[in-house]
Design a protein around this ligand. Structure first.
Ligand code: NAI
Length: 319
């Protein structure tokens, strides 16, 4: 078994994202303390992690070099925050997306942490300048935003507060690499970070195309899943440009006028309401009825696809 001296990581909040982080850190040989205010939440989380890890081991998808039992023995529940953070090298906050709650927790942690530990938030859309304002340990704070489901989608956006020390970002970057995640440095804080800005740009144009009757909702989704998405799982939009001509300069030379012409026809921000929401909802419900069972079944299928894609990406020789 890898040495538990890999260090101690504390997860604050044992919900969906906290559980995933716990599994990822354990896969990297870290001792994980899973903290929550609710005993029942911790009990459920540990049971859920146990089942998930056994399943992953059986299906050959368990991450890391340790077996499921060894990884499980690294994770323990904890209801005392003071005890939890003692000697920790990294704290990953995963409580609900509520600014006041998160600020309260960071203020509490600020009182009890040492000058070494990294204090990291999983927030999807709260800005570091809001979250960490006024903390004595602000230099040790940053956002590490995962993508759901983090076990299969490795991207983590690292977003610093203006006063975050560069070493905090470097250490978190190295830690994320060590647990098999794929960190990117967002150099300055920006609403939506990077992933959601790209996602919203795509959603926005998708919505306008459906609204204007250019394409049906189901065909719109197919353009992504059987078109753009196929290559985006391996190369990004900028490399796509580079490869789709004789390099980037040639692409811009050949296609920039056409791109600008089309981009000028993009409409305003959609309202996401009215007749279009009815139309899109109807098409989505035809494919996946919006009741808990059908949604859960479709999510399981999605996660299995992502699991296999993650495996394929690991197997592909990198150039
Ligand atoms: P969740 O609701 O599943 O879990 C939150 C957990 O925090 C619960 O176990 C709850 O008991 C615990 N909690 C509440 N107050 C607490 C306190 N004072 N101290 C300790 N624990 C406390 O939430 P989820 O989905 O795991 O989200 C957590 C964070 O991750 C949010 O900031 C969210 O925006 C972010 N995130 C969520 C993603 C998603 O798809 N669910 C994706 C990426 C980031």
């Amino acid at each position: 078994m890898a040495s538990p001296a890999a260090g101690v990581v504390v997860i604050v909040g044992s919900g969906l994202i906290g559980r995933s982080w716990a599994m990822l850190f354990a896969s990297g040989g870290f001792r994980v303390k899973l903290y929550d205010i609710e005993q029942q939440q911790v009990t459920n989380a540990l049971e859920n992690i146990r089942k998930e890890m056994m399943f992953l081991e059986q299906s050959g998808s368990l991450k890391g070099s340790l077996g499921a039992q060894d990884q499980l023995s690294l994770i323990s529940g904890c209801l005392n925050i003071q005890e939890a953070v003692e000697g920790a090298l990294h704290i990953q906050e995963c409580v609900p997306e509520n600014l006041e709650l998160k600020k309260k927790i960071f203020a509490q942690l600020d009182q009890i942490i040492d000058d070494q530990v990294v204090l990291s938030s999983s927030t999807s859309c709260l800005l570091p300048s809001q979250l960490f304002a006024g903390l004595a340990h602000v230099q040790q704070c940053l956002v590490a935003h995962p993508v759901n489901p983090p076990y299969y989608v490795p991207l983590v956006e690292l977003v610093p507060h203006p006063e975050t020390a560069p070493v905090t970002v470097d250490r978190t970057h190295a830690l994320m690499r060590k647990i098999g995640q794929s960190p990117v440095r967002v150099l300055k804080e920006m609403d939506g970070f990077v992933l959601n800005r790209l996602q919203y740009a795509v959603i926005s144009e998708a919505w306008r195309l459906v609204e204007e009757g250019i394409v049906s909702p189901s065909d719109l989704d197919l353009v992504m899943s059987d078109g753009l998405g196929m290559r985006y799982a391996f190369i990004g939009p900028l490399e796509t440009m580079h490869l789709n001509a004789e390099g980037m300069l040639s692409y811009c030379d050949r296609y920039s006028e056409g791109m600008k012409r089309v981009l000028k026809t993009f409409g305003p921000i959609p309202e996401f309401s009215g007749a279009t929401v009815e139309k899109v909802n109807q098409a989505m419900c035809l494919k996946v009825p919006a009741d808990p069972e059908h949604l859960a079944a479709r999510r399981r299928w999605r996660d299995e696809c992502l699991q296999r894609l993650a495996k394929l990406k690991r197997q592909m020789p990198s150039q």
